[in-house]
Design a protein around this ligand. Structure first.
Ligand code: RIB
Ligand code: CA
Length: 313
């Protein structure tokens, strides 16, 4: 029985790869819907990009919704410097033909969770947590109905990427992240501590290009565009690949290792705003509200990613 998931996302090249990986895995994952959120770029582009990716996978059956256009309190911070002005620079994908759903993405999340049997839907978050937090505030009863929240976000041992203290997804909407971390649903975090180990080296990108299919070519174009900023910043052999680790965790959890501990979000100090303060060594008695992953098997991840992309058109 495939696991039912909703993907909340701000595509973003790495988001796009995660969506493709999920759509290539129908035996394990039933993608009920995709909800765009403002983050890497503005909501309009992110929603447009999500539709483009769904069509690239020839999965026109998967509905795409637009959620929130800005964070709960703070002004929107975007990342065109990484993702380009459209948020999906790199491949030349055709304008989408599938419609954007008319229902607001936050209402879609609420309605879907309230209608489904409790504990049967997993939320996969690949961007700022605005939509999830707004859904929890509008309908608190969804918290005990969520099977698991699997999120790409946060950093602790690897420190931040948008500030020295904070990772982008959490930094954009720290208040939303705080609401989510306190909601009581099971949470698994794939932070920069993991994704910085998952580097798209030239050999790994070449293997994706050599698949010879449209999806492989598009992913190669996506990642060779979005890697530029990080390669210059970090000087590593490859740029970190973030969001697909969420899908890889669902498909092959033994690729990752971490521990259940307390994760609290900084929402007061401008210096450390958005930091995921992770009590990995249990020095406080605070509730252990998340499984915080710290290690990932990069070779195993890229074997899985490449094998799944090979299944696509
Ligand atoms: O910090 C990495 C995260 O920020 C990824 O989700 C990437 O897509 C950007 O949203
Ligand atoms: Ca993202």
């Amino acid at each position: 029985m495939p696991r039912k998931i909703i993907i909340d996302t701000d595509p973003g090249q790495d988001d796009a790869v995660a969506i493709l990986m999920a759509l290539a895995s129908p035996e394990e994952l039933e993608v009920l819907g995709i909800v765009a959120v403002a983050g890497n770029v503005g909501l309009h582009h992110n929603a447009n990009n999500a539709r483009k990716v769904v069509e690239l996978a020839c999965r026109h059956d998967v509905p795409v919704y637009a959620g929130c256009a800005r964070p709960m309190r703070r002004a929107l911070v975007t990342a065109e410097h990484v993702h380009g002005d459209t948020g999906l620079n790199g491949p030349d994908l055709p304008a989408p033909t599938i419609p954007l759903q008319s229902q607001h993405g936050v209402d879609y999340i609420i309605d879907t969770l309230m209608r489904a049997e409790a504990g049967t839907i997993t939320l996969c978050t690949l961007g700022p947590l605005t939509n999830i937090a707004m859904a929890l505030i509008k309908e608190p009863r969804i918290a005990e109905r969520i099977a698991e929240i699997v999120m790409m976000g946060g950093a602790y041992f690897e420190v931040g990427n948008i500030t020295p203290a904070a990772e982008f997804n959490i930094y954009v909407d720290p208040e939303a992240a705080d609401v989510v971390m306190r909601c009581g649903a099971p949470i698994t975090i794939l932070p920069l501590d993991v994704t910085h180990q998952i580097q798209s080296t030239p050999d790994r990108l070449a293997a994706i290009l050599n698949l010879g299919n449209k999806s492989g070519q598009a992913v190669h174009a996506m990642l060779t565009f979005s890697e530029t900023f990080d390669l210059q910043k970090y000087g590593w052999a490859g740029a970190p690949l973030h969001d697909p680790t969420v899908i890889a965790y669902l498909l092959q959890p033994d690729l990752f290792e971490g521990r259940h501990c307390n994760v609290t979000i900084e929402t007061a100090s401008e210096l450390t705003m958005g930091m995921t303060v992770t009590d990995y060594w249990h020095v406080t008695g605070k509730i252990r509200n998340a499984t915080y992953m710290r290690h990932g098997d990069a070779d195993g991840f890229y074997r899985l990613l490449t094998e799944r992309l090979a299944r696509l058109p």
